[in-house]
Design a binder for this molecule. Structure first.
Ligand SMILES: NC(=O)c1ccc[n+]([C@@H]2O[C@H](COP(=O)([O-])OP(=O)(O)OC[C@H]3O[C@@H](n4cnc5c(N)ncnc54)[C@H](OP(=O)(O)O)[C@@H]3O)[C@@H](O)[C@H]2O)c1
Length: 283
């Protein structure tokens, strides 16, 4: 059974999306447990900045850049890390995001890139890392999902599909491999403040964080907790997250009503209009 044995001295974690947003905080929390953390993302300069900040705080880190929307990228990334470090004990599939544009105005290829980044890449990375984990009899995969689909967050059709897909993927993975020493957890994030896409949206719209938003470092703490306590699913939002998620499933009309009441629908509409205008201007 997976446990904290995948964390600590002599262990290696691979954290995707570690160049900005929530990823660097997750990497810092894992590094704090000891062991080596490999940071990945596309932006080499940002990754190096994060790596030097973490190293200055005493962390043992390295950088392997990768674009996870490129064919074969997941396999080569895992191969490189395994060659350099001798194996991967913990994989955190954190890279993700949404272009925040209207579904029908994006081309199908643009929509499929969202699916690739948020669902196909975590599946491919897990597939590539699993053999080594099973051989060593230990491993843990932490996938980052979102409440987006459950609350019908506006303009996130494909993103929501991908993030719900990640939940199903994690559940079955956990059930199939846990007895062989490889476990899996999913963190289901509500809106997050202080770092990441949610905070950037607030900054863009000039709005203040609402009480519905959880701090970014709570995601980092949850990632460590999920591994140490081998938790199947953690919902990261203020209040009774798991209950809220269940209520949203039971009353599918509630999410859109809450989005309207909290002002999320009108804010998102403004952001999407701005994005569409920028895209039109760039074309
Ligand atoms: N922030 C929120 O409110 C919130 C809410 C729910 C769920 N989440 C989820 O939490 C995770 C982190 O989100 P965040 O808010 O921290 O996002 P973010 O600030 O936009 O950071 C996204 C990370 O993903 C990486 N990434 C993007 N495209 C990539 C690609 N093609 N190949 C490799 N890496 C790529 C980015 O690095 P490069 O640009 O360097 O490639 C960056 O490090 C995501 O899975 C997101 O869906 C966030």
């Amino acid at each position: 059974m997976s446990s904290s044995s995948v964390l600590g001295p002599g262990r290696t974690a691979l954290v995707t999306g570690a160049s900005r947003g929530i990823g660097p905080l997750i990497a810092r929390a894992i590094a704090h447990e000891g062991g080596h953390v490999v940071l990945t993302g596309r932006s080499v300069t940002e990754l190096r900045v994060v790596a030097s900040e973490l190293a200055a705080a005493g962390a043992d880190v390295s950088v392997v850049p990768a674009d996870l929307t490129r064919p074969g990228a997941a396999g080569s990334l895992v191969e490189t890390v395994e060659r350099q470090r001798g194996g991967i004990d913990l994989l955190v599939n954190n890279a993700g995001g949404d272009p925040l544009r209207e579904f029908h105005t994006m081309t199908i290829d643009e929509n499929l890139r969202t699916l690739q980044l948020n669902l196909v890449a975590p599946v491919a990375l897990t597939h590539a890392a699993l053999d080594g984990m099973l051989r060593r009899g230990r491993g843990h995969i932490v996938n980052i999902s979102a409440m987006a689909g459950r609350v019908s967050f506006p303009y996130t059709e494909v993103y929501a599909a991908a993030k719900d897909g990640v939940i199903g993927f994690t559940r079955v993975l956990r059930s199939d491999y846990r007895a062989r020493g490889v476990s899996a957890s999913v963190l289901i994030l509500g809106a997050i403040r202080d770092a990441g896409q949610g905070q950037r949206m607030l900054d863009e719209s000039g709005m203040k964080a609402s009480g519905f938003m959880a701090p970014a470092d709570s995601v980092a703490r949850a990632a460590v907790k999920a591994v140490k306590k081998d938790r199947a699913e953690l919902v990261i939002m203020p209040g009774p997250g798991r209950l809220m998620r269940a209520v949203m499933d039971y009353f599918p009309g509630l999410g859109p009503a809450l989005n309207r009441a909290a002002g999320a629908s009108s804010t998102m509409q403004k952001i999407v209009e701005q994005r569409e205008a920028e895209t039109g201007a760039a074309a």
